[in-house]
Design a protein around this ligand. Structure first.
Ligand code: UDP
Length: 354
């Protein structure tokens, strides 16, 4: 039997807890009637306004003294801050490396020194391009055996993966040589309500594919498929993700010094299929004609230095074994609540139906 820790007395800080994954985790923890949750972020819009066990601290991880204070107060620190937006990887790699490595290096070292548990949200991007079997089949990505294969330096898309990988290597090293108590989580294309932002409304630039498609639907513009939308992603739903992370928090011994993929291999579809399913669901829910779908080159969409990942399939055997967990949500069940959320939040800012 795996030890399951009672979280009643735990003090948990989520750095970046105002963002998509962090805010869903905060809500999942608050629903469980247990620990105290502190969120450190610059924006708190995605969190409940008030909750007796929630404390919000408006600060950035790189503000002087924040990391020291957070580590000293917390039993567990979840690090969920990141710039994880592919459109920035090749346009501002210095900011990407700073946010995903430099700003978090002091956190890792301080957790190691003070014996605090660190749960770090890394990314499936660290795997880079997928590996193939001798017969040419793309292989699932395994935490402990798959090589991490990135493109050349001129392909700046890899700035994010390289920074995330370096932080993982620092965490691993501090675990092996300094006793850091950590778990590294590698999320695979998690989507859900309150993901990202709407360009031109509450943010600028190009968000992840879901928000790009939702913006196109709401603004009655064509959905743009990069290189025809032939890339594949195994999308997982945010509540399946937070369920897994809560289980990681509750299983400190089983998850100690482990890297764990969280994803849903059964939801592996092309981006074109995602566009088609999303626009059909949207048309049915909102009683509008289906939007157009167009293809654009990756150069046109992201600029030079982008390189796509053809396919990413998570091997989730370790998550299943350590967490007694299984992803439960098929793509078609995700789309309704996602559309509802975007419509509720953004319809007032969109052009009126003609
Ligand atoms: N993509 C697309 N249209 C968009 C935005 C993204 O076709 O409007 C593609 C992108 O090229 C990639 C996939 O969708 O192949 C997933 O993109 P996402 O932004 O979610 O990031 P990634 O999974 O590559 O980290």
């Amino acid at each position: 039997m795996k030890e399951i820790k009672d979280l009643t007395a735990e003090k948990i800080t989520i750095l970046g807890g105002g963002g998509f994954l962090g805010s869903h985790l905060a809500r999942a923890l608050l629903e469980r009637d247990c620990c105290k949750v502190r969120v450190v972020d610059l924006s708190m819009d995605k969190l409940p306004e008030k909750h007796e066990r929630l404390e919000k601290i408006e600060a950035s991880v790189d503000d002087g003294g924040v990391i020291a204070e957070v580590v000293s107060w917390s039993d567990i620190v979840v690090s969920a801050t990141a710039i994880c937006n592919p459109a920035v990887y090749n346009t501002d790699p210095a900011a990407v490396i700073q946010a995903n490595f430099t700003h978090l290096e002091p956190l890792v070292k301080r957790c190691a020194r003070s014996g605090k548990r660190l749960i770090h949200f890394s990314t499936c991007e660290v795997y880079g391009h997928p590996q193939r079997s001798p017969s040419g089949q793309i292989l699932p990505m395994n935490e402990d055996s798959t090589p991490l294969t990135m493109g050349p330096i001129s392909k700046e898309r890899w700035s994010y993966a390289a920074a995330k990988q370096l932080l993982e290597r620092l965490i691993y090293g501090c675990g092996r040589h300094e006793g850091l108590d950590y778990t590294i989580v590698r999320p695979f294309n998690v989507i859900g309500p309150r993901m990202d932002y709407m360009p031109g409304v509450d943010g600028e630039g190009t968000p992840r594919v879901l928000a790009c498609f939702m913006r196109a639907l709401l603004f009655r513009e064509p959905l743009r498929l990069v290189d025809g939308g032939r890339a594949r992603r195994a999308f997982s739903y945010v509540t399946d993700f937070t369920d897994a992370v809560v289980r990681i928090i509750e299983r400190p011994s089983a998850c100690q010094r482990q890297i764990i993929n969280i994803g849903c291999p059964d939801n592996d579809i092309t981006i074109k299929e995602l566009a088609v399913r999303l626009r059909e669901k949207y048309a049915a829910m909102c009683a509008v004609p289906p939007s157009a779908i167009v293809s654009v080159s990756s150069e046109e969409f992201y600029g030079p230095g982008y390189e796509d990942v053809e396919r990413r399939i998570p091997d989730i055997d370790k998550a299943r074994a350590l967490l007694d967990w299984e992803p439960r949500t098929p793509i078609d069940e995700m789309l309704g609540p996602i559309i509802e959320d975007y419509v509720t939040r953004y319809a007032p800012f969109c052009p009126a139906k003609s």
